[in-house]
Ligand binder design. Sequence first.
Ligand code: NAD
Length: 259
Amino acid sequence: MNEWTVGATGVHNGRVALVTGAARGIGLAIAAWLVTEGWQVVLTDVDRQRGAAVADVLGENASFIAMDVSSEPQVVDGVAEVLGMFGRLDALVCNAAVADPHNTVLESLDLSHWNRVLAVNLSGPMLLAKHCAPYLRAHGGSIVNLSSTRARQSEPDSEAYAASKGGLLALTHALAMSLGPEVRVNAVSPGWIDARDPSVRRAEPLSDADHAQHPAGRVGTVEDVAAAVAWLLSKNAGFVTGQEFVVDGGMSKKMIYVD
Ligand SMILES: NC(=O)c1ccc[n+]([C@@H]2O[C@H](COP(=O)([O-])OP(=O)(O)OC[C@H]3O[C@@H](n4cnc5c(N)ncnc54)[C@H](O)[C@@H]3O)[C@@H](O)[C@H]2O)c1
């Protein structure tokens, strides 16, 4: 066991998964979880140094490819590399994002910021699905997109992120119709997940109030999300496609009127 893995490397199950944005946070937890379940996992990220380091830590069933998901040539090359290495692809997890939900006030929102967030968070998953589709179809594969509860609820100054995640939910059900019945496509919408590195989490723990406000009694962990993604990729979810799964400790079902 090490700082990042969730358990020992599992017996290889013969299936190959590509996880974007896997150098840290939720993407890394998903990659680690899938390795534990026996998947061969290809981690991708723009952060080459850290991506290569964590793939190394995850062991022989993990490898790393540098990829900016907003670049179609890089997506094409990356998918070709996966196929060259393993000859098949069974799962795609679109997790990479400009994950900071905040932008400037609307009046000074820069079009270049808006376009970048949309390019990474929405066009990226479309490009990945487009270029992975033939290989996913060949083996009855599955896609999971990481959206957010911010697709449906907002605080001020989060237009770009909210729009990208709302678009991703729509992309999810559109892809489910286009790629079915061979390929299932679903979305996971996390709420507040403490995706900071374990050392930061230990050094700067969240407050009791942070946890207590959640109906589930705590802020979410990266493993809470990884478990949901792994289930959606499994054969046990074979009758589930086009759906959104909210993993938020019940926050989006809570009435929050102030007395
Ligand atoms: N943490 C949360 O509370 C939370 C809540 C809701 C949704 N989410 C979603 O979950 C996913 C992961 O969130 P996180 O908190 O782990 O984020 P994070 O910022 O910790 O990690 C995101 C990773 O994506 C990579 N990345 C950024 N741009 C990229 C690009 N163009 N191409 C490839 N990789 C790129 C980053 O280098 C980073 O390693 C995101 O889609 C995020 O929007 C997170």
